[in-house]
Design a protein around this ligand. Structure first.
Ligand code: SAH
Ligand code: SF4
Ligand code: F3S
Length: 454
C-alpha cells in the first residue's frame, strides 16, 4: 500500500452517529496510509465532507461548505499545493454526479458503503486528476474488508465509543431517505463486533454505543451460524472486561423484542436509556408514514418496557407537518407525548425529500403551520426534559467521567440516563466511574458531587 507521509486530512461530519463512526473509520484508513488528521481545513491536502441527506437543510449545508472550500482550494493552488475535495456519506449516495455538476470544485464523490476503497479512490483522483464517482452498493462488506486490511487500527478517541453493528433499512417510512442512501438492512457478524469491542476496551474505552439505523432489528450470526438478536448481543458484549456500559441506538417500535427488554431489565451494564422514535401520535398519520404500528401499540410497548425497567429514560423523534396532518392529528401527537412522557427528544418539521413516497403526497402542510406546531411540541418536550432532570435532584448514580469541563479542575461525565453532569474533579480522571449525588439541575445538564460508598 502506498503511504503519503506528511499529508494531512480534514474530515467534517454531518448527520447521525453512524456518520461519526464512519468518519472515525475513514480517519483510521487514512492514518494507516500516512495521512495525519487535522481539525481545520486550511492546511489539508484532502478534505472530506461526510454528509447527511435526511432533511433539505442538512443537504444544503454541504453546498455552502463546498463554496467556502472552493476559495481555500484556489488559495492553495496559488501556493502550488493541492487540496482534494471529497463528498462522502448520504448526499454523495443520493446525488452522485449531480454534486460535481453543481459544484465542479469537488474531485471525489463516494457513498457510505465504499469507504474501504478510499485508498484506491484517492489514488485515482491524485494520479490523473480525473473526477471520481463511486456510489455502488458493493458485494463486499466494508467492515470485513477493513478488518482484512490489517494495518488499519481501530483508534479509540475517548472513553466512550460508537460501534456500528447494523446498517441500512428495509422499512421505507414514506418520508425517509435512509433506505435509499444506506441500502438494505445488514447485520455484522458477532465475531467481528466482539473483536472490535475488545480492541476498544484495550484502548481504554469504558462505554460502547451500538449503532444501527434499526439497531434493534439486529440479527447477526456467530461463527457456528447461531443467530444473535440485539438482546443476546448485548449480553455477549457485557462479558468483555473493561466495558462497563452499553447503549444502543436507534430502535424501531416494531422490533422491540422480549430478549432486548430482558437485557435492559437485568443486565447492569445495559444503561437505562432508550431512544424509540414514534414520529407522530395519530394513527392516520402513522399509517400514511408507513410506520407499521399504531399509537396504542407504542403506548402499550412503553408501558411494558417501563414495567420491566422502571427507571427508564425514554427518548424519541417527532415529525410535525407530515402531508395531510390536520390540527386534530397534531393534537394526538401532543396527547401521546403527555401520556408517554420523555426524558429527552428530537423534533423536526417535515422536509420534502426527493424520491420518497411522501414527496408526492397531496396536502403538503404550509411552512407557517409546521413552525407553529413544532414550537408547541418543543415547549411540551422541554418541560418534560426539565421535569425528568428535576426528579434527579438528590439522586445518587454512577457517573462515567468523559472530559475536562470549562472550569479549572472540573470534569464532565454522563449519567446512566445520558445527561451531562458536571463535578469538581478532585483528582479523579476521565475514564473513571464514580458515584455521585446530584445537587443542581438545569434543562440541559446537571451538577453533582462525588459521594463515598461504604
Ligand atoms: N431509523 C430511525 C430514524 C433515522 S432518521 C427511526 O426509524 O426512527 C432520524 C430522524 O430524522 C427520524 O426519526 C425522523 O424523526 C427524522 N426525519 C427523517 N426524515 C425526515 C424528513 N423527511 N423530514 C423531517 N424529519 C425527518
Ligand atoms: Fe428511515 Fe423509517 Fe428506516 Fe428509520 S425505520 S431509517 S425513519 S425508513
Ligand atoms: Fe443523515 Fe445518512 Fe445518517 S441521511 S441521518 S447521515 S444515515
Amino acid at each position: 500500500m502506498n503511504t503519503e507521509p506528511n499529508k494531512k486530512v480534514f474530515i467534517k461530519t454531518y448527520g447521525c452517529q453512524m456518520n461519526v463512526y464512519d468518519s472515525e473509520r475513514m480517519n483510521d484508513v487514512l492514518n494507516s496510509l500516512g495521512y495525519g488528521t487535522i481539525d481545520t481545513p486550511d492546511d489539508a491536502d484532502l478534505i472530506i465532507l461526510n454528509t447527511c441527506h435526511i432533511r433539505e437543510k442538512a443537504a444544503e449545508k454541504v453546498y455552502s461548505e463546498i463554496g467556502r472550500l472552493r476559495i481555500l482550494k484556489q488559495a492553495r493552488l496559488v501556493q502550488g499545493k493541492q487540496a482534494v475535495i471529497a463528498v462522502a456519506g448520504c448526499v454523495a449516495q443520493a446525488e452522485g454526479e449531480e454534486i460535481i455538476r453543481r459544484a465542479p470544485t469537488v474531485d471525489l464523490v463516494f457513498g457510505p458503503q465504499t469507504y474501504h476503497r478510499l485508498p484506491q479512490l484517492i489514488e485515482a483522483v491524485t494520479s490523473d486528476g480525473k473526477k471520481v464517482i463511486e456510489t455502488d452498493f458493493p458485494a463486499e462488506d466494508k467492515f470485513e474488508d477493513l478488518a482484512r486490511q490489517n494495518s488499519v487500527k481501530r483508534l479509540a478517541r475517548g472513553v466512550s465509543a460508537f460501534l456500528t453493528v447494523q446498517e441500512g433499512c428495509d422499512k421505507f417510512c414514506a418520508f425517509c431517505v435512509v433506505p435509499f442512501t444506506r441500502g438494505a438492512e445488514f447485520s455484522r457478524p458477532v465475531a467481528q463486533i466482539t473483536a472490535e469491542a475488545r480492541e476498544l476496551a484495550d484502548a481504554g474505552v469504558r462505554e460502547i454505543t451500538l449503532l444501527g439505523q434499526n439497531v434493534n432489528a439486529y440479527l447477526g450470526a456467530d461463527n457456528d451460524g447461531k443467530k444473535f438478536s440485539l438482546g443476546l448481543l448485548l449480553e455477549h458484549l457485557s462479558k468483555i472486561d473493561g466495558i462497563e456500559r452499553l447503549r444502543f441506538t436507534t430502535s424501531h417500535p416494531r422490533d422491540m423484542d422480549d430478549e432486548l427488554i430482558s437485557a435492559m431489565a437485568s443486565n447492569k451494564k445495559v444503561m437505562p436509556y432508550l431512544h424509540l422514535p414514534v414520529q407522530a401520535g395519530s394513527d392516520k398519520t402513522l399509517k400514511a408514514m408507513n410506520r407499521q404500528h399504531t399509537a396504542e401499540h407504542y403506548i402499550n410497548l412503553i408501558a411494558k418496557i417501563r414495567k420491566a425497567k422502571p427507571d427508564l429514560a425514554l427518548s424519541g423523534d417527532f415529525i410535525v407537518g407530515f402531508p395531510g396532518e390536520t390540527d386534530a392529528d397534531f393534537e394526538e401527537t401532543l396527547a401521546l407525548v403527555r401520556e408517554v412522557t420523555y426524558a429527552q427528544a428530537y423534533s423536526f418539521k417535515y422536509s420534502v425529500r426527493p424520491g420518497t413516497k411522501a414527496a408526492e403526497m397531496a396536502d403538503q402542510v404550509p411552512e407557517d403551520v409546521k413552525s407553529e406546531r413544532l414550537a408547541r411540541l418543543q415547549i411540551l418536550l422541554n418541560e418534560q426534559q426539565l421535569k425528568f432532570n428535576q426528579a434527579c435532584l438528590g439522586k445518587e448514580f454512577d457517573l462515567l467521567l468523559e472530559r475536562p469541563g470549562r472550569q479549572d479542575g472540573q470534569l464532565v461525565g454522563r449519567s446512566p440516563y445520558l445527561q451531562s453532569v458536571h463535578i469538581d474533579g478532585n483528582g479523579h480522571k476521565t475514564g473513571e466511574i464514580v458515584p455521585v449525588c446530584v445537587d443542581n439541575v438545569g434543562p440541559h445538564s446537571l451538577s453533582a458531587h462525588i459521594v463515598r460508598r461504604v
